[in-house]
Design a binder for this molecule. Structure first.
Ligand SMILES: C[S@@+](CC[C@H](N)C(=O)[O-])C[C@H]1O[C@@H](n2cnc3c(N)ncnc32)[C@H](O)[C@@H]1O
Length: 278
């Protein structure tokens, strides 16, 4: 199980105020983007994962919200982060997204999640899950997700490394959230990312971060900021063409409007996918 209590806790900035670190979690601007794509109202809505920021907006667009997550730690930590006024409308399922069809008696009006497909590996496993989501939504429903992409310039430029990002952070060009998440996902591509399979080995990433800190290349503050995005599992991070190719192959029509203001918006966009055009 990749989503351990330690991994879940590292993302929480202030538990008593239900606040998490941005970039790893969707911020207000990104939630607005999700809300733009949600249908006004429907009977059933699905959230893949326990992302509290998303559940709190999604629940206002449906009569019943079904939230599905395979991590007991995520469920335990976030189950009470839904506004109490909406809790009676939510059903939480401790289960695997690959069994999606078994959890739903009726087709939902939407299925949403935040960074779902980063958790699906290898890349070949994208198709069966995309196919099952599409099947559930062939009544005109929407699939909405932030999808983490590997920027082409990061993989094509073999000089790309932590020093590019460290320089940007130390000169004030990027903020803590921009620095922390991109160091984990892009800072160590040469050591931990396989371009062909699109797999990032986070064990390798954090081993590099550990030794960089020991050697004094990363300050204590920089080390702590990156650990807000701590993970030890494998992520699939496709390029834009790999991801959009998979959407097309699954017969999804998609749109994604780039918003401005944060460095990660360009490579972690919100996608709105539909099984057919109205
Ligand atoms: C949706 S992802 C992305 C995290 C997101 N940015 C956040 O912090 O809210 C993380 C969640 O997905 C869950 N997850 C990963 N793979 C899963 C699967 N195959 N079935 C169900 N839940 C899964 C994990 O347990 C974890 O709680």
């Amino acid at each position: 199980m990749d989503w351990t209590q330690k991994v879940v806790d590292s993302r929480v900035e202030d538990g008593s105020r239900h606040q998490r670190y941005p970039a790893g979690s969707p911020n207000e601007a990104e939630i607005k983007q999700y809300a733009r794509y949600l249908p006004k109202r429907c009977e059933i809505g699905v959230v893949m994962g326990m992302t509290p920021e998303l559940r709190n907006i999604a629940v206002q667009h449906c009569d019943l919200l079904v939230s599905i997550d395979c991590s007991a730690a995520s469920i335990e930590t976030y189950k009470d982060w839904l506004d109490p006024a909406f809790r009676s409308k939510e059903q939480i399922i401790h289960g695997d997204w690959n069994d999606l069809e078994a959890f739903l008696d009726k087709k939902p009006g939407f299925i949403v999640g935040d960074g779902i497909f980063g958790n699906i590996h290898p890349l070949e496993n994208y198709m069966p899950l995309l196919h099952s989501i599409r099947l559930m939504l062939d009544n005109g429903g929407s699939f909405i997700t932030r999808q983490c992409l590997m920027p082409e310039e990061v993989v094509s430029d073999n000089q790309w490394s932590r020093s590019t990002l460290l320089q940007a952070f130390r000169s004030g060009k990027i903020d803590e959230a921009e620095f922390g998440l991109s160091m984990r996902l892009q800072g160590y591509v040469n050591q931990a990312y396989d371009q062909k399979s699109a797999l990032l080995d986070n064990k390798k990433v954090f081993a590099c971060i550990e030794s960089d800190h020991q050697e004094g290349l990363l300050s204590k503050r920089e080390y702590e900021i990156i650990h807000r995005y701590f993970f030890q599992g494998i992520n699939t991070i496709p390029t834009r063409s790999q991801w959009e190719g998979a959407l097309k192959q699954s017969d999804f029509f998609y749109e994604s409007h780039a918003i401005k203001g944060k460095q990660w918006y360009a490579w972690y966009p919100v996608y709105h996918c539909k099984a057919s055009i109205e």
